[in-house]
Write a protein that binds this ligand. Structure first.
Ligand code: ZN
Length: 420
């Protein structure tokens, strides 16, 4: 070894890292200074923080804990909730990855996401530590720290963990949920079935693109809350309507189908706007029948290789399941609708009932969210924007958590000795 090389080895400092400390564990994320100022790869923050990134031209939209940060590549500022924050350093793309200034994480995140994060400067190779704090509502349960276990986020291909695998454990510090839960997300349409053409979506976007984007974000939002989630489709592919619900089997708690509404051509078609959530029953009104018919039309794209039971026995089985979960489905629909209506620019169209084929084959409480109207200018722009998609996904996740908390409360009432 030459003296020169030896000098290099001893004088190069160890790579610096930022520590991400959450109730789910600690992760060290490397820092790079390749562009002069400290930056971290957004991808490395995805798993520990549930951070999501959508790159759209020179704009990077980052979702974190329900907040949305809009960056411009090469610009030293970020916008969040109508406030512009100055940054030391600029976001950039390198090696197919978005890099964000460390200053954003250390300074902007604790300020912009009220009460959720704290920045601690640290010693040694760490430049600091971002600490995620439990939400206020989850602090009520007196669980010793460090014993909380959270299921890893399920990908679309890994099988879900068994439902309620053991006695009730310490509550999840983010949600207050005590049991492991699994949700099946169904992004409507796909492949040769585009869904509705999306009159007010920019470019060539159609319903199937929006439902897939929202579905993926919903999976990330649920994973961040410790809830396992899988997608009936994670690509632009088509799944038979009757097979979609079958994804939700014994190990699945509930089924959520994501769609975008459309009004038929007419004088007032573009005036109708807003979000509505359906659960299954016989359609009651003309409008409900219209939506059910529209979504059921996808059956004409079917390949005919369905595994769902047919004939009189299949019908009776489905009818029984339907009645068993009707009340739960209605409650789930209400909680998701309440949450989504709070953030939707188009207004609250309430909980609706209709006979959707996709819901009849689900073996658990099942709802269908019509996230807005592609035939309305405001709704269309909202649903096509990454900000809108983040907001709707986060709101649906909040509604699901509210339902699961209620579900666990009922379980505890029904079996008070459980786990003791
Ligand atoms: Zn649809």
């Amino acid at each position: 070894m030459s003296v020169l090389l030896w000098l290099v080895l001893v004088t190069v400092p160890p790579p610096q890292v930022v520590m991400i400390a959450t109730p789910r564990g600690e992760t060290s994320v490397p820092i790079t200074t390749e562009r002069g100022t400290a930056a971290v790869a957004a991808l490395r923050l995805g798993a520990p923080l549930g951070l999501t990134v959508v790159l759209d031209g020179s704009r990077a939209t980052v979702g974190l804990s329900g907040a949305v940060f809009v960056f411009q590549l090469g610009a030293p500022f970020v916008r969040a909730g109508g406030v512009v924050y100055g940054l030391v350093g600029e976001p950039y793309v390198a090696r197919d990855s978005v890099f964000l200034p460390l200053h954003w994480l250390a300074d902007c995140v604790p300020r912009a996401v009220g009460g959720r994060y704290r920045w601690d400067p640290a010693a040694g190779a760490e430049v600091g530590r971002l600490v995620e704090l439990p939400v206020a509502s989850a602090v009520t349960a007196a669980a010793p720290p460090g014993v909380v276990t959270t299921p890893p986020p399920a990908s679309s291909t890994t099988p879900a963990p068994p439902r309620n695998p053991g006695p009730a454990s310490a509550p999840n510090p983010i949600t207050g949920l005590r049991l492991r839960h699994t949700v099946v997300i169904d992004p409507g349409h796909g492949g040769v079935d585009p869904g509705n053409p999306g009159r007010y979506f920019p470019g060539h976007l159609v319903e199937k693109d929006i439902t897939l984007a929202v579905g993926r974000l919903l999976r990330a939002e649920l994973a961040r809350r410790g809830i396992g989630a899988s997608l009936t489709r994670s690509t632009d592919s088509l799944i038979d309507l009757v097979d979609r619900g079958a994804f939700c089997k014994a190990d699945c708690d509930l089924f959520v189908s994501i769609h975008v509404n459309a009004m038929p051509e007419g004088r007032r078609a573009d005036r109708v706007s807003g979000v509505e959530t359906y659960f299954l029953s016989d359609a009651k009104t003309e409008d409900q029948q219209r939506v059910a018919q529209m979504e059921n039309e996808a059956i004409r794209f079917q390949t005919g290789t369905s595994s769902a039971p047919t004939g009189p026995l299949g019908f009776i089985l489905r009818d029984l399941q339907l009645n068993e979960y009707l009340r739960e489905s209605a409650q789930l629909a209400q909680l998701v609708q309440d949450s989504a209506a709070r953030i939707h620019p188009g207004g609250d169209r309430g909980v609706q009932q209709a006979g959707f084929m996709v819901l009849t084959t689900a073996r658990r409480p099942a709802i269908l969210v019509e996230t807005g109207f592609a035939t309305n200018r405001t709704d269309g722009a909202f649903l096509a924007s990454s900000l809108g998609q983040h907001k709707i996904a986060s709101a649906i996740a909040e509604g699901i958590v509210a339902y699961l908390l209620e579900f666990e409360r009922k379980l505890a009432v029904a079996a008070p000795a459980r786990g003791r």
